[in-house]
Design a protein around this ligand. Structure first.
Ligand code: ADP
Length: 483
């Protein structure tokens, strides 16, 4: 069960459509479990196509009045929502740890990070500037105005149940759009708790609608087919992203896609090795390796390979795995059995192809696998080509800068990348050569509301956060005025 909350009504076992908290039409429910214990936390309505249709109608009904509010009014409501999220951060963190598994301090960090997007876009709402264009005609004036796209649909994953939603709802609402959201079935309570606070902040009924359920294909099918939905924003796997993009073709929907990553983390021989180890720990083991910007392939230049491996292994051994509610725990469980199976598969494949597990990699029961370091990794192994999404650090040796760049770019993905070097020429060369939307240079942590988050290649479309993030929810309209 959930731990005792200061505000128990943050936990809702119903979905919200048009301001009404509802069960599924059929009355069917789905269980939500604690990944650390396997215990059932509660249920959610198992909604499907019909409820999704109604949520879209509710969002469409709420749109004109929401879009007509001044940017300053919308900003005030968003700021109030941000304040409530921060005021209830402890409860929101506890809800997240219960359903997602991450350590409580990390969950609290995510609440603050998520809220920062609501705050940021509250401010950006007031900076949606248009344009005046010098006219080539003496008798015409040319102006560009920005308007909200309309009803948007959002599908979010389980790894950051609060932040992934905040990064979408924040800019959408700031721009004047209304939303229908489908959170991941594993982590719906974080999303529903945010909706409780949005309601309390005074955000009108129908502006944020949340549809819960396990039949993602049915809900996503209605979202993509609907001509009322003008835009879809999705964070999740590349495979599902491709499917949603295909499904959105018939209605020419605008898309923001934040898909898989396979981040390279390169340590050059001139790097500050301790700093690189520190960065690798953050980039690899945050959220137990379950982030799309996690370092997935760690390339280390030959002369420092052994020293780096030794230092990293010592740090990994010092991690404390356990239930996220226990004090001092730094890595929680994986989300579910499927995630455990994938990490085990990657480990077995690496060992079969000549890799060595230096530490960790033991499945200790349930969804727990001890954090692992693998050396002697070759490009033929699955850990070199696929996203592991787990606590497994593969160390791959390389000789030259050109080789490191070639290996780093040898993937269909292009989300985050990281490298450590103190040579300013190399820093520029490598930063420009990496095929990625984000490059961490001498740091293992790049995300913040002020900066554009997103990928190139098959890692997605669009950017979240920064002054660019709101543009994804705006249309420009060109006015040509005869005078
Ligand atoms: P993961 O493997 O991290 O769960 P997914 O891409 O499967 O990544 O899931 C991300 C989100 O996409 C979740 O909310 C999930 O329910 C949803 N999803 C999965 N399959 C579909 C689908 N066919 N249509 C719409 N949404 C989907």
């Amino acid at each position: 069960m959930f731990p005792t909350l200061k505000k128990p009504d943050l936990v809702r076992q119903q979905a919200i459509i048009g301001g009404a908290w509802l069960d599924a039409d059929s009355g069917a429910t789905a269980d939500v479990t604690d990944p650390a214990t396997g215990a059932v936390l509660g249920t959610i309505p198992a909604m499907g196509a019909a409820e999704t249709e109604r949520a879209i109608e509710a969002a469409a009904a709420a749109f004109p009045a929401w879009a007509a509010k001044s940017a300053k009014e919308r900003a005030a409501l968003l700021r109030r929502w941000n304040d409530l999220m921060l005021a209830h951060a402890d409860d929101l963190a506890a809800i997240m740890t219960a359903e997602q598994g991450k350590p409580l301090t990390e969950a609290r960090g995510e609440i603050v990070y998520g809220a920062s997007f609501i705050e940021w876009f509250a401010d950006e709402a007031r900076r949606v500037y248009g344009e005046t264009i010098p006219s080539p005609w003496a008798d015409k004036r040319l102006v560009v105005i920005k308007q909200p796209i309309g009803v948007c649909a959002a599908i979010t994953p389980w790894n950051f149940p609060n932040a992934m939603l905040a990064r979408k709802v924040g800019p959408a609402l700031a721009a004047g759009c209304t939303m229908v959201v489908k959170p991941a079935a594993q982590t719906p309570y974080s999303a529903l708790a945010m909706a409780v606070l949005a309601e309390e902040a005074g955000i009108p009924a129908g502006v944020i609608n949340i549809v819960t359920g396990t039949d993602a294909a049915a809900i996503g099918g209605v979202m993509t087919a609907s001509p009322v939905v003008k835009k879809l924003t999705f964070t999740g796997s590349t495979q599902v992203g491709r499917l949603l993009m295909r499904q959105s073709a018939d209605t020419i929907k605008k898309l923001s896609l934040e898909l898989g990553g396979n981040a390279p983390f390169i340590v050059f021989d001139d790097a500050d090795l301790d700093a690189a180890v520190e960065g690798a720990m953050i980039a690899k083991f945050r959220n137990n390796g379950q982030t799309c910007v996690c370092a997935n392939r760690i390339y280390v230049q030959q002369p420092v390979y052994d020293a780096f491996a030794e230092k990293l292994t010592a740090k990994v051994k010092a991690l404390k795995m356990g239930n996220g509610f226990e004090a001092g725990v730094t890595v929680g469980p994986l989300i579910d059995e499927k995630a455990v199976a994938k990490v085990k598969e990657h480990l077995a494949d690496a060992v079969a192809k000549g890799g060595t597990i230096v530490t960790g990699g033991e499945h200790t029961g349930g969804n727990f696998i001890t954090p692992a370091v693998v050396t002697g990794v070759s490009p033929a192994m699955k850990i070199s080509t696929e996203e592991t999404f787990g606590p497994l650090a593969p160390l791959i040796p390389f000789e030259t800068e050109a080789e490191a760049i070639r290996l780093a770019n040898a993937t269909e993905f292009g989300l985050a990348s990281y490298f450590y070097s103190r040579d300013i020429g190399r820093v520029w060369r490598v930063a420009e050569a990496l095929e990625a939307g984000m490059v961490g240079i001498n740091t293992g942590l790049v995300s913040t509301a002020e900066a554009p988050f997103g990928g190139v290649k098959q890692s997605g479309l669009g950017r979240e956060g920064s002054r660019h993030g709101i543009e994804d929810y705006l249309e420009m309209k060109y006015l040509c005025m005869g005078i």
